[in-house]
Design a protein. Structure first.
Length: 138
């Protein structure tokens, strides 16, 4: 038996193409993740102290950074070093920059990630562009 329906694709769709219920669920999920991450940061370390956070899987490190920036106020510069990141993490970085909560952001990731995630890497280069002459926002 042969069906004439198109084959399913698993490519990422732009956020603007999502039906409203999926957008609302994603927004609710992000809100819940940020709330849980904020609960972890109940006390910030003082001078000479450190804070260790348990990563439960219900939020990721980028959510902790968003909550930390919200608690600290405007941050002049933030440096992020990671082996890998997601499109959602990139969106959070861009939100921090666009809102003015972070004035400068440096991102260091692995060459393995860059070589195996070409689309996300290209999007990252576009979003975090430092081209002042071309009118880049950073």
């Amino acid at each position: 038996m042969r069906f004439n329906a198109p084959r399913p694709t698993f490519a990422r769709r732009p956020a603007g193409d999502l039906p409203a219920p999926q957008v609302e669920r994603a927004s609710a999920r992000r809100t819940a993740q940020l709330a849980e991450a904020a609960d972890v940061l109940t006390a910030l370390p003082g001078a000479g102290e450190a804070v260790h956070c348990l990563m439960t899987g219900r939020y990721d490190l980028m959510h902790l950074l968003v909550c930390l920036v919200e608690r600290l106020g405007t941050v002049e510069a933030i440096r992020i070093a990671t082996l890998a990141y997601s499109a959602r993490n990139l969106a959070e970085m861009v939100r921090l920059l666009d809102s003015g909560a972070v004035r400068r952001l440096s991102l260091l990731c692995s060459s393995f990630f860059r070589d195996h995630n070409g689309d996300l890497w290209e999007e990252t280069l576009e979003e975090l562009s430092l081209t002042g002459a071309a009118g880049g926002r950073r």
